[in-house]
Design a protein around this ligand. Sequence first.
Ligand code: 13P
Length: 287
Amino acid sequence: MLASAKEMLQKAKAGHYAVGQFNINNLEWTKAILLTAEEMKSPVILGVSEGAGKYMCGFNTVVAMVKGMIETLGITVPVAVHLDHGTYEGAYKCIEAGFSSVMFDGSHYPIEENVAKTKELVEVCNKLGLSLEAEVGAIGGEEDGVVGGGEVADPDECKMIADLGVTMLAAGIGNIHGKYPENWAGLRFDTLEAINNKVGDMPLVLHGGTGIPAEMIKKAIDLGVSKINVNTECQLAFAEATRKYIEEGKDLQGKGFDPRKLLAPGVEAIKETVREKITLFGSANKA
Ligand code: 13P
């Protein structure tokens, strides 16, 4: 059974910690994240971008894979399968496929259109018991072909979208997908505080979790962030461990070329990254 993200995030906001959204790309990623969440007794959100959904042979395949793993691996912690940066059409496809949570990213529309489309999806998701994430003020950088300009959200617009009854709200506060540039100015805590004051209990979402210093993450959680998205950091950890294995010639020793051996160091690296994040976000033992 997949969980909506609503209860886990409301608990996180009240308890002053954050739940990690870790994006998945394939079977190894999914297994590594689920096993680590279970080991740490942490709720977890599996993020699926539209591009990653396509890569994994469609949203139906993703749902079937995650449900199968939950059963076979004996996962007991709450697991949400969540569409990341969904289009309007993508949101409906995921709802049909059985996702337990969706993000509709209408941040590139004029605010009126973002409001109208988000409002419609709030009704659909509420009826089905699914959680819905909305976005105001695009996140900078590029993710799976979705390019955001890195705007800082307007707290009044955030309030407008929050009042529609979404489950959680992503607001641009100077955060960027992918690696942060050397000259990055840091998170805009003034804006985050203003947004949090306006939206009250609404869990806030911090995208672009890769590379944000631990102190900034802690401060963001203090100021109302209850969900933090991490994608690139797991990819970098996986790639580095895999490169090391090959550079050391281990694929040429014995049956080292067997994909179950070749991909194992990368899987361990993802697990270690997820472990570090769960510890930093404070969601261990909160399942
Ligand atoms: P990073 O790739 O920078 O960790 O961002 C992930 C994200 O925000 C997914 O929506």
